[in-house]
Design a protein around this ligand. Structure first.
Ligand SMILES: Nc1nc2c(ncn2[C@@H]2O[C@H](COP(=O)(O)OP(=O)(O)O)[C@@H](O)[C@H]2O)c(=O)[nH]1
Ligand SMILES: [Mg+2]
Ligand SMILES: [Zn+2]
Length: 361
């Protein structure tokens, strides 16, 4: 059977999807086995849509479904696919090592993490200007973003509905120093050019449900591309139509991954991310007299001093404590496989950073 479909509107140019020399090198052993490369555009139960040089195909993921949920195929993964004979269907045989992975703790209170997106450079955290923002939640998303290895960017949506956009922007800049903040209105087209210029070649949109992620994705990608649907044949030759989560940006500017609405997001093994988000508090704590100061009435406490001076808010200190507690709890529950995966991601990331000769600060 044909693996691409005449109705598939996507050109088979993987460079548009982020394919580069590094991926090419990582893929070489699989090419030698006759497998084809592809980027995962969407995952369903047991099947995924993969953009390949032959077009978008549906492939079975049974062979890459380990017990560890963090290692399960997700949108943005690069896959080595075996083209199926009619009976067997296409199969994802292996995933290339991820450069970055956006992981949240599972929806339930179990230890498992869930990968929201793989191989992105920018994590866009969408926050609605139409309602009072929950700063603690933003800090949570920031921790997850920093932890992923990609760079966070805050986007304040629905500017057309905002009454105090500037105040909220100031709040964001206070809780997220060094993180770019963009104000946009997808409804009115405001701020979109600036945002387009600021995001990386691989970008994922995260944020609470209803804040306007999908609308923004539409606006950034453009109507034409958003109309793109993964029309193809599944492994058993049936026609399928699904909406992609991974969309090519116009002009070959990379890809955008939209994530489904999240009711909540937990941090998992995010010590590094928390370190980044609360660098100000950690710097203060380093100046306390006691190394193990709990900032709770101890003498010469720099954190208490900052609270008294109004430089640090109680809300933020409490948020830090809360996320640290949560992180410790989750880390303790996280099984060794998840930790091994994170170590591997970090190792790979370090190797790539060294190869590129640049380090993100
Ligand atoms: N006024 C206004 N409404 C918006 C804007 N962006 C999204 N919305 C609305 O907000 C609601 C949720 O948007 P959606 O994109 O589905 O949010 P998601 O859950 O984050 O993907 C929808 O009713 C949108 O029409 C905007 O810029 N301005
Ligand atoms: Mg949505
Ligand atoms: Zn202290």
């Amino acid at each position: 059977m044909s693996s691409s479909s005449a109705s598939d509107p996507l050109p088979p140019d993987l460079a548009r999807y982020g394919w580069d020399e590094g991926w090419q090198t990582a893929f070489a052993p699989f090419a030698a086995q006759g497998l084809i490369p592809g980027r995962v555009a969407r995952v369903d139960r047991g099947l995924c849509d993969v953009v390949t040089p032959l077009g978008t195909i549906r492939a079975d993921t049974a062979l890459v479904t380990p017990h560890d949920p963090v290692r399960i195929v997700c949108t943005g993964d690069w896959a080595a696919v075996a083209q199926g004979a009619a009976e067997i269907g296409h199969q994802v045989r292996s995933l290339l090592p991820r450069r970055t992975a956006v992981i949240r703790s599972g929806a339930s209170r179990r230890s498992e993490g869930q990968v929201l997106a793989a191989n992105v450079d920018t994590v866009v955290i969408a926050v609605s200007l139409a309602v009072e923002p929950d700063l603690g939640r933003v800090e949570r998303f920031l921790a997850l973003a920093w932890e992923s290895g990609a760079a966070p960017l805050l986007v304040l949506t629905k500017a057309d509905l905002a009454t105090d956009a500037e105040l909220i922007r100031e709040d964001m800049e206070r809780i997220a120093p060094r993180v770019p903040v963009h104000v946009v209105s997808a409804a009115e087209g405001e701020g979109l050019d600036g945002l387009r210029a600021a995001i990386g070649a691989g970008t994922v949109l995260v944020g609470q449900s209803g804040v306007g992620k999908s609308t923004l994705a539409n606006a950034l990608v453009g109507v034409d591309a958003m109309d793109v649907r993964a029309i193809g044949l599944d492994g058993k030759g049936r026609h399928t139509t699904t909406t992609r989560e991974l969309l090519p940006l116009p002009g070959g500017r990379g890809v955008l991954i939209d994530t489904p609405g999240l009711r909540g997001v937990g941090v998992i093994d995010a010590a590094v991310g928390l370190h980044q988000v609360f660098a100000d508090i950690e710097e203060l704590a380093a100046r306390c007299r006691f190394a193990d100061c709990r900032h709770d009435g101890e003498p010469d406490c720099a954190v208490q001093q900052a609270l008294d001076d109004g430089e640090l808010s109680y809300r933020r200190l409490e948020s830090h404590r809360k996320l640290q507690r949560e992180n410790r709890r989750m880390a303790a529950r996280t099984d060794a496989r998840v930790r091994a995966e994170m170590r591997r991601v970090w190792k790979e990331r370090g190797r790539l950073a060294r190869a590129k000769g640049n380090h993100r600060e």
